[in-house]
Design a protein. Structure first.
Length: 205
């Protein structure tokens, strides 16, 4: 059933909220009505926060994580092990892994995984940027922390073939992460153990 609105402004706001992932029109209406009911300052603060986020947030020039500055707080943290790079699909995966508090290296965000069905190939990912980091030296290990899906395994294999000549230790998550699982939906304890118990990529046959 289509809801009938008596205000074009209300309808426009509901339309915009419903564009967000996981939010249908009924949820969007509830959020908009909540904003109307609350103090005007709440809506202003929300609007200003979104505008600032969109205009001012940056990508780290080293790892492509989100940052308020040119380099993210992880890459500039002297207590992190800069010789171990955890390769992830997206920024969401960094947040998930950081919540486990089990990893003290640094990251590299690929910006996706190889998926021929979706028209995504190696050239669409930030692999050359990762290779430049490796070429500079000082990198001892690449952890391939990608989703345990067919696309994730395809990307793991491609990265292994590409970086194996650099004589690095290339590891992958232990199979505490179930086959078919995306990293962001894996519970923190399982993911933390999978990082600590990571295995050489060659052992995954």
């Amino acid at each position: 059933m289509n809801l009938q609105y008596h205000s074009q402004l209300l309808e426009s706001a509901v339309e915009e909220f419903s564009r967000l992932p996981g939010i249908g029109r009924k949820t969007a209406l509830r959020l908009v009505l909540h904003l109307l009911k609350e103090d005007k300052k709440l809506a202003e603060a929300l609007g200003n926060s979104i505008i600032r986020l969109r205009n001012e947030v940056k990508q780290c020039k080293i790892c492509l994580n989100i940052s308020d500055n040119e380099f993210c707080h992880i890459c500039t943290d002297s207590s992190r092990d800069q010789s171990v790079i955890c390769v992830v699909e997206s920024i969401k995966d960094i947040l998930v892994i950081e919540n486990t508090q089990q990893f003290r290296g640094v990251y590299h965000v690929l910006g996706g995984i190889i998926s021929p069905m979706d028209g995504i190939g190696p050239g669409d990912l930030s692999i050359p940027m990762l290779e430049e980091r490796v070429k500079k030296g000082g990198i001892k290990e690449l952890i391939l922390a990608l989703s345990a899906t067919m696309e994730g395994d395809t990307t793991n294999y491609y990265l292994y073939r590409r970086f194996n000549p650099y004589n690095l230790m290339i590891t992958t998550l232990a199979r505490g992460v179930s086959i078919g699982d995306e990293l962001e939906y894996t519970d923190e304890i399982t993911l933390g153990r999978s990082i600590l118990n990571r295995i050489p990529y060659e052992a995954k046959t």
